[in-house]
Design a protein around this ligand. Structure first.
Ligand SMILES: Nc1ncnc2c1ncn2[C@@H]1O[C@H](COP(=O)(O)OP(=O)(O)OP(=O)(O)O)[C@@H](O)[C@H]1O
Ligand SMILES: [Mg+2]
Length: 281
């Protein structure tokens, strides 16, 4: 069964704004799907539709076969959501917040404690577990929000800009956690971000969105093929394009034969960022 689907999914807000325009999604279990687009492109709107927090205008969507609009509680039972403004309690400690949400999810107290401590450790929050949330920094809060979303071991995790406020070290530990959830537990991750370099590090599939329209979906190689079949070769500081790496030795020979010196050769594909801009403009 597909983990997440959307068919011709559209959302028009009461003020007439068409935030999503007939988008299609088909995401397999265990995939880390990067939903990439600039500010205002419709990413958060899609997350809200998929979690039953907003009603769709046209089309349909599902999470493990469940329609989020008609059975939001069933989606919440198997999904975890991290948004920019997670609702947690400022006057409770980090640990107490997790215990509270464990109870909301109906997990027994000992199991909640065990899971909470394990997740806090993995997110480097163990030392801060007895501090009140109001004393947490933005990055600590963001990581606690992820901890909360993981507590009931969801089959799908929706992460809306999970590393936007994190320093490189914390971002790395969040990345590692996301990757291991997908690889080891088969958790599907729906990751919204406009940080393309970050996405390229962890995502297995992509959807590129702009102004509510899906520009392209697919794996890195599929997206790359849409833009170019070429390899970019930099020799010393000069740029060349070739069809395959087999052409590189001849290119180097040609330069050497004509009296040039070669100190440095780098061949690479387009980056996700370059693909994105090539598709977008
Ligand atoms: N409740 C609302 N009423 C009217 N328009 C809205 C509402 N919520 C969002 N929008 C508009 O819908 C569009 C998409 O917004 P959305 O929050 O989904 O974008 P986003 O891709 O998550 O952006 P960001 O990267 O800034 O988080 C924007 O133009 C936004 O102004
Ligand atoms: Mg958003």
């Amino acid at each position: 069964m597909k983990s997440i689907t959307a068919s011709q999914l559209s959302k028009v807000f009461p003020n007439g704004k068409r935030a999503l325009n007939a988008i299609n999604l088909s995401i397999d279990e265990g995939e880390i799907f990067g939903f990439l687009g600039p500010n205002g492109s419709g990413k958060t709107t899609a997350v809200k539709l998929l979690n039953g927090m907003l009603q769709l205008t046209e089309g349909s969507c599902s999470v493990f076969g469940i329609d989020p609009a008609s059975a939001p509680e069933k989606v919440h039972a198997l999904a975890g959501v991290v948004t920019e403004h997670a609702q947690m309690y400022n006057n409770l400690t980090g640990f107490q917040n997790l215990l509270f949400f464990g109870e909301v999810f109906g997990i027994n107290i000992d199991e909640t404690k065990r899971r909470a401590l394990e997740i806090l450790e993995r997110l480097s929050l163990l030392d801060a577990k007895d501090q009140k949330l109001l004393e947490y920094s933005t990055g600590m809060r963001q990581r606690l929000s992820l901890a909360r979303a993981m507590l009931h071991q969801p089959k799908v995790l929706f992460l809306d800009e999970p590393t936007s406020g994190l320093d490189p070290e914390s971002a790395q530990s969040v990345n590692n956690l996301i990757k291991s959830l997908a690889h080891d537990k088969g958790t599907t991750v729906f990751l919204c971000t406009h940080q393309l370099r970050y996405a390229e590090e962890i995502c297995t599939k992509y959807g590129l969105i702009n102004e509510g329209n899906m520009l392209a979906t697919g794996s890195f190689d599929e997206l790359h093929a849409l833009v170019s079949s070429k390899l970019m070769v930099t020799i010393n500081a000069d740029k060349y394009e070739v069809d395959s790496q087999e052409e590189i030795p001849a290119l180097v020979k040609q330069i050497v034969d004509s009296g040039g010196k070669v100190y440095n050769v780098v061949a690479r594909k387009y980056s996700l960022e370059e693909i994105y801009f090539a598709l977008n403009f």
